[in-house]
Design a protein around this ligand. Structure first.
Ligand SMILES: Nc1ncnc2c1ncn2[C@@H]1O[C@H](COP(=O)(O)OP(=O)(O)OP(=O)(O)O)[C@@H](O)[C@H]1O
Length: 339
């Protein structure tokens, strides 16, 4: 187990800067998730920690030791990829134990460790199969097993569940959470999936164009986004926005833009005027799309059995004052107390 510290980390590909001075401290045993739009540098930063990309500037410490110039295999990290990257001609047992073979560990010891890891991942009965004889979820378990068997100080996951269907994703998400709890090992995890980020992370790192926008617990990022970007990125469906001038009576000092989360808004007999445009019944809840007078489309969430007017109906939107977020001209969050 080990802490991970990035200081001024930079990555350039030719003339293009992809990571621009990232400072981040990850505590020993912490589960940290990197999120951000496609191309923001999540995988690159992970691969720099893994030793699969070199640093163009700045430093990396793992367990207090400088590692930016140390080769990947000597960093005490193991990475699990989206593609599994299993050896197709080897059995599950050999796939899991292969890294130990190349280390020169005695066969009996490799067999013991392989069995132990396979039991932990509930694939003990599959050790003689080849990868093509496994389901996607089982393959991903083997990939995790291959990382686990090396007893790394730090686990790195690059979108490990994105090739799985929804049910398996949920199952493997729970499995990864269980592993983290049982092993207490530091984990850094890249995902596009909000639910994975919100449910797995001790802290989420929101990246944008190679910079950190905010670092915080899932609850902090949801309740207190530092800026408009984080506010719109965390939460699904995303926060609704409008110019402060278009939402009379709801202004906050210094705010030029306001935001309200879909789950905070109620249909009411007075408030912000809008027209109901479309309703999506998701079974467990309804999503309601409404058009404001300024032309913006907002989203609301309503209970599955809520009485919702027909499309085309004029409606009014209301929400508690405490649910209004304000942003200044630079997109920074304006404190509510300034209102
Ligand atoms: N080997 C490379 N050479 C040149 N540019 C690269 C290389 N690898 C990545 N990039 C660029 O670096 C930027 C960040 O890529 P990266 O894969 O880290 O983003 P990401 O946030 O993981 O994206 P996604 O969510 O789509 O996987 C992208 O603009 C990408 O095109």
């Amino acid at each position: 187990m080990a802490s991970v510290t990035l200081t001024g980390a930079q990555k350039r590909f030719g003339n293009v800067t992809v990571i621009s001075g990232v400072d981040l401290q990850i505590a020993d045993g912490e589960f940290v998730v990197f999120v951000g739009p496609s191309g923001c540098g999540k995988s690159t930063l992970l691969r720099m920690i893994a030793g699969l990309e070199d640093f163009s500037g700045g430093s990396l410490q793992i367990g207090g030791k400088h590692m930016e110039d140390v080769m990947a295999s000597k960093r005490g990290v193991a990475m699990v990829f989206q593609s599994y990257a299993l050896y197709p001609h080897m059995t599950v047992a050999r796939n899991i134990g292969f890294a130990l073979e190349t280390n020169g560990m005695p066969r009996a010891e490799i067999a013991r460790k392989t069995r132990e890891v396979a039991e932990l991942l509930k694939i003990g009965k599959l050790l003689d199969r080849k990868p093509r004889e496994l389901s996607g979820g089982q393959r991903q378990r083997v990939a995790i097993g291959r990382a686990l068997v090396r007893s790394p100080d730090v686990f790195l996951f690059d979108e490990p569940l994105s090739n799985l269907d929804a049910d398996l994703r949920t199952e493997m998400r729970a499995e990864i959470a269980r592993l983290h709890k049982e092993l207490g090992v530091t984990m850094i995890y890249v995902t596009h999936d909000q639910v994975e980020a919100m449910t797995l992370a001790d802290r989420i790192v929101v990246l944008r164009e190679g910079r950190i926008e905010q670092v915080g617990t899932p609850a902090e990022l949801y309740a207190h986004p530092a800026n408009e970007f984080v506010a719109s990125f965390i939460g699904s469906p995303r926060m609704n926005f409008a110019a402060a001038a278009d939402v009379p009576g709801r202004g906050m000092g210094g705010a030029v833009k306001l935001g309200v989360r879909p789950e905070a808004i109620l249909l009411s007999s007075s408030g912000l005027a809008a027209t109901l445009e479309r309703v999506e019944d998701l079974g467990h809840e309804q999503l309601i799309y409404v058009r404001l007078e300024n032309g913006r489309l907002w989203t609301l969430r309503a209970a599955k059995d809520a009485d919702v007017p027909q499309p085309g109906a004029p409606i009014f939107l209301d929400w508690p004052d405490a649910a209004t977020y304000g942003f200044d001209a630079a997109g920074r969050a304006v404190q509510r107390s300034a209102a």
